[in-house]
Design a protein around this ligand. Structure first.
Ligand SMILES: Nc1ncnc2c1ncn2[C@@H]1O[C@H](COP(=O)(O)OP(=O)(O)O)[C@@H](O)[C@H]1O
Ligand SMILES: [Mg+2]
Length: 469
């Protein structure tokens, strides 16, 4: 160990395991969680303090700098990781550390904002829910997008989470002068680039801030990108702004924290996850909320390992959300997009107070039909469709129609499919659902026969009006 004491010295490295660094304190000052440290003569190294005790500090070597060793002298660094702030973040792409990575020149605004690692629990009252229309039928109907709340899009690999998240971003950001944050966590690098260009092409680039900690980054950087983006988003809500906060994919945050816990040598608990990771998750989710001044409305995609909805991390994440849209491989394989599982998609915001009696009642009826559909499917597999009673048969057909009805073309896949995207108002969606539920026989899925449309009640006769596009 170095005999001479350096200015700002706090201790020396006692042990190292991958990104996890243990420091022995040699000075009076004890760095707290969120502070940074560095190494003498290696200013490029940043150690982020995770926790400390009387004589020991536990840190992450956030850049994975390979040239640090046991006994290296540790110096005090900044109060926290410092992030960019102000209007000039708009239209830019940052990494977990708040450095620009879009190749569009240096950031001119200074790195001033300390990363929020401790979030005060919000005690203030929740405002009257304000429903925002997304133009996506299934979301507006089953998982309403409410200001200041959190929506999840759950699904296994390749069932359309990213497409649906991006479509929401497109539709909601398109509307008013909304301010959107997009946070890429642990997903493909290419997808981030594509989104950046899609937004630019559609003129949404200037109202969007992107933060990227993709799968090529180490676990420390992947775990920090969410909190970094949330810190910067929070600074906008403090100025009274309403922020839309998109995360793709929050499961990767949990996974990154899990990798870090393994480096620390903690024994995994439930389903291979750390208990501490759930508190990490809560801390992050708690930082996304509405305040007296502004709001953060969050949309998060959630990967399900092995298509297993009972995965402990998936369950834990779902519990943090107000609405969860479940995407199903079964529906996807039938070529229905977005491939939403109408029965498992749930929301605590489905109440008459928030949506009105009419919408609320329709949701109950749709759920009942879908529930019946799944039980009838089992019966049909055994005895065949011809054995159904006329009433059951009608419900069975209505369920199939509903599944079809909730599919729609997306704007963000226009280039891919060559077909124009569709936007439906909530009123159009409600009328469409009513029409199916009140129908007496099966019309063709898209264009109901004219006589039948006319025969229906007055309230249902506008359903085949063209969607806005
Ligand atoms: N709404 C949709 N319309 C058309 N194609 C879709 C839609 N959603 C998904 N796809 C197809 O499925 C692929 C995988 O979707 P993606 O959103 O990347 O899945 P995930 O993020 O769940 O892994 C897309 O590249 C696209 O080909
Ligand atoms: Mg994806």
């Amino acid at each position: 160990m170095a005999a001479k004491t350096h200015a700002g010295q706090v201790g020396y490295i006692r042990s190292l395991n991958d990104l996890f660094v243990v420091i022995r304190l040699t000075s009076e000052q004890r760095p707290g969680a969120g502070q940074t440290l560095t190494i003498v003569d290696k200013p490029e190294v940043i150690l982020l303090v995770e926790a400390s005790t009387e004589d020991t500090v536990y840190c992450l070597n956030i850049f994975g700098s390979p040239n640090i060793q046991q006994h290296d002298v540790v110096l005090i660094g900044d109060q926290s990781i410092m992030l960019p702030s102000g209007q000039s973040v708009l239209g830019r792409v940052f990494d977990s550390m708040g450095r620009v990575i879009d190749g569009e020149g240096d950031f001119k605004g200074g790195h001033k904002l300390p990363m929020r690692t401790v979030v005060k629990q919000q005690l203030g009252k929740k405002n009257k829910p304000e429903v925002l229309e997304t133009g996506i039928k299934v979301i507006d109907f089953l998982a309403p997008f409410v200001k200041g709340r959190r929506i999840g899009i759950i699904g296994g690999a390749g069932v359309g989470k990213t497409v649906l998240t991006t479509e929401m971003m497109h539709n909601v950001a398109d509307k008013k002068a909304a301010l959107s944050f997009f946070v890429g966590i642990g997903e493909r690098i290419r997808e981030g680039h594509e989104l950046y260009h899609t937004l630019k092409d559609r003129g949404l680039g200037e109202s969007t801030v992107m933060f990227m900690g993709q799968m090529n980054e180490n676990a420390a950087l992947r775990s920090l990108v969410g909190p970094s983006a949330a810190t910067v988003a929070h600074s906008f809500t403090e100025q009274g702004k309403d922020v839309l906060f998109f995360v793709d994919n929050i499961y990767r945050f949990v996974q990154a924290r899990n990798e870090l816990a393994a480096m620390r040598g903690t024994t995994p608990s439930e389903g291979g996850y750390q208990a501490s990771l759930f508190s990490d998750l809560h801390r992050f989710e708690d930082s996304l909320h509405a305040t007296e001044k502004g709001s953060i409305t969050s949309i998060q995609s959630i990967f399900i390992p092995a298509d297993d909805l009972s995965d402990p991390a998936v369950v834990e994440i779902s519990q943090q959300l107000d609405s969860t849209i479940v995407l199903s491989r079964d529906v996807f394989e039938r070529g229905i997009f977005p491939a939403v599982d109408l029965l498992n998609t749930t929301s605590s915001l489905i109440t008459p107070e928030i949506l009105g009696e009419r919408h609320f009642n329709l949701v109950g009826r749709v759920k009942a039909v879908m529930r019946k559909y799944y039980s009838l499917r089992t019966i049909i597999a055994i005895v065949g469709e011809s054995e159904l009673s006329p009433e059951d048969r009608l419900d069975y057909e209505r369920a199939q129609e509903l599944t079809q009805f909730f599919s729609q073309r997306m704007f963000v896949t226009e280039d891919l499919s060559g077909k124009k995207g569709e936007y439906f108002t909530r009123e159009q969606t409600l009328k469409g659902v009513e029409k199916i539920l009140n129908g007496t026989s099966t019309p063709a899925p898209t264009e109901p026969p004219k006589e039948e449309a006319e025969a229906n009640t007055a309230q249902a006769d506008t359903t085949n009006e063209a969607p806005h596009s």
